[in-house]
Design a protein around this ligand. Structure first.
Ligand SMILES: [Cu+2]
Length: 208
């Protein structure tokens, strides 16, 4: 009798263990299904961020590249023109001067002007209409009095007197200007509009 009672208890315990095991199995299975879903969602969330970001980056680089390619082709076409005049002008180190004080071009001639600045400060090269040196110079002086313009540091006044110009060229760099010489013959001054330079840093483009 005693033994049958023990057997009964054993059976009861075995049943409980099986139930616990089965519960555990269920809960583990559910948990793993949840985890899978979570990781799947995270993966998609990452894709939804990465895909537009990658597309945007590719678009920006594509735009920059196509713009550079456009100007490269345009400049190449310009440089292959018949009768192209190539002029090279350099700023003179520590002298506030250009190394070329005068050059000649034909009216309507394509001109490629390579300006280099080996000096320790910035310079530019601004080609202006005949007889406007003083008025452009005074405009530049006015700009120097404006702290905002000094912060911008460009010193290119808004005036019809300016025909062609480089930007302010930093030390040890250069900029190339490409333009068609004016049709009107005359003496076209070029000046540097860095504060205080225009009165001495100058030259003349003679159009014949
Ligand atoms: Cu200068």
């Amino acid at each position: 009798m005693c033994s049958s009672k023990v057997t009964g208890v054993d059976e009861e315990l075995e049943g409980e263990a099986e139930k616990v095991a089965s519960d555990h199995k269920d809960s583990t299975g559910e948990k793993s299904a949840h985890s899978e879903e979570f990781f799947k969602n995270a993966k998609w969330r990452r894709r939804w961020i990465i895909i537009p970001l990658a597309s945007l980056t590719a678009g920006i680089y594509g735009f920059i590249f196509s713009k550079k390619l456009f100007y490269w082709v345009k400049n190449r076409q310009f440089d292959q023109q018949k009768g192209l005049k190539i002029i090279r002008i350099s700023a003179v180190k520590e002298r506030l001067l250009y190394d070329l004080k005068q050059f000649e071009v034909r009216a309507g001639q394509p001109v490629k002007l390579e300006f280099v600045n080996p000096d320790a400060i910035s310079h530019n090269l601004v080609i202006i209409r005949p007889g406007t040196k003083e008025s452009v110079g005074l405009e530049v002086n006015r700009m120097i009095a404006d702290p905002k313009q000094i912060e911008i540091g460009r010193y290119i006044p808004e005036t019809d007197a300016i025909l062609f110009h480089t930007e302010m060229v930093p030390p040890n760099s250069g900029e190339t200007l490409r333009f068609i010489a004016p049709k009107e013959p005359g003496n076209y001054p070029y000046i540097c509009t860095f504060p205080g330079h225009w009165t001495i840093m100058k030259g003349v483009m003679v159009v014949k």
